[in-house]
Ligand binder design. Structure first.
Ligand SMILES: [Zn+2]
Length: 227
């Protein structure tokens, strides 16, 4: 049996080390969420209930760019898998991405691309699409994913912004988890453990990340990838 090296538990540099970049990331996250929300009050009140934010990876090598653009590449893969957005929904947001299953894609440089609008159910996790939002981090094919600091910063600001927006809409606490955490609890002990994962996506422990104030472990940070 292969032994797994112990993760390096040293936390990555705090976001306070990058005040200017942090502000940029917050603004970018706000803009992305604003673009995805319904535009009228009537549409907003008719929006589907959302109580789950699911974090994914693109299952490509960590730190490797997707061409021509991450969201366009992913749209192509999802087209090949037979995913399709409703034409009416696609006409409202990102008509060039008619297939993408995620609501957001976070590129290596921290850019947050929108995919589906929030009123549209995604196509990213079987059994949970109706009530969830899907965020995809570019990279993460390895069992221990490594993302750039810019990606971590974007993820933190996006999840915080989204959670605030959705908690207010749902009037309840929205749960944040990783794709692998939604694997079936086959032994019925109330916890989804490593042995039960159907896949490793997104390649990091989302619960631990949340508990650490949305700070990644150093082992999950791509060296030289700081923006
Ligand atoms: Zn996934």
């Amino acid at each position: 049996m292969q032994s797994t090296p112990l993760p390096n538990l040293r936390a990555a540099p705090a976001p306070a080390d990058y005040p200017g970049l942090e502000l940029q990331a917050v603004e970018a996250a706000h803009a992305a969420v604003r673009a995805s929300l319904p535009r009228t009050l009537a549409e907003r009140s008719a929006m589907r209930p959302i109580d789950l934010i699911v974090i994914h990876c693109s299952a490509t090598r960590s730190g490797v760019r997707l061409a021509p653009e991450a969201e366009t590449a992913i749209d192509g893969w999802h087209k090949a898998r037979g995913f399709a957005r409703l034409p009416r929904a696609a006409a409202r947001l990102n008509p060039n991405l008619a297939h993408i299953g995620y609501h957001y894609v976070i590129d290596l440089d921290g850019r947050i691309a929108t995919g589906r609008g929030l009123p549209e159910p995604g196509a990213h996790v079987a059994g949970f699409n109706a009530r969830s939002v899907g965020i995809c981090m570019v990279g993460g094919a390895e069992p221990v994913a490594r993302y750039t600091l810019a990606q971590w910063r974007a993820l933190r600001t996006l999840v915080a912004r989204l959670k605030g927006e959705l908690d207010a809409l749902a009037r309840s606490q929205v749960r944040v988890c990783g794709h692998r955490d939604l694997s079936p609890d086959t032994n019925g002990d109330g916890q989804v453990t490593r042995q039960e994962w159907l896949k490793t996506c997104p390649g990091f422990d989302v619960a631990a990340w949340l508990q650490a104030g949305m700070q990644p472990l150093a082992v999950n940070v791509l060296e030289g990838g700081a923006a």
